[in-house]
Design a protein around this ligand. Structure first.
Ligand code: SF4
Length: 113
């Protein structure tokens, strides 16, 4: 799901997507989508801004692009230079399942643009 969310946010460009639009596009629960977004925000890939839609306050998500990096191990896999590797793993607050850095890296290899 994270790879699809990343692709949709990238596709939306600087205009971004409303959180509700992203939930609708992904056809997943709001809490699952919010978990993915929180992970991407924590790692600096997504910015959240307040917006108005149909007279109501809502959240717009904007892709921030890839962080510049100097990773040069295993084609740039972020795990090799990750500051959070000691806290990362199954059952930990940070896991590869919801890691934006890892998922962006994988998505870029699966769907090169
Ligand atoms: S999965 Fe993400 S948080 Fe975990 S070591 Fe790799 S880059 Fe770091």
């Amino acid at each position: 799901m994270e790879s699809r969310a990343i692709a949709l946010l990238k596709e939306a460009g600087s205009k971004g997507l409303l959180l509700s639009e992203l939930i609708q596009e992904l056809e997943k629960s709001a809490s699952n989508v919010q978990n993915v977004i929180e992970s991407l925000k924590r790692q600096g890939y997504v910015k959240e801004v307040e917006d108005q839609h149909n007279g109501a306050s809502t959240t717009r998500l904007i892709w921030q692009g890839r962080e510049s990096s100097k990773w040069n191990t295993f084609n740039g896999c972020p795990c090799f230079s990750c500051k959070e590797i000691e806290q990362c793993g199954e059952g930990q607050p940070i896991t590869p399942w919801y890691c934006g850095k890892l998922n962006v890296w994988l998505a870029e290899r699966l769907n090169p643009t």
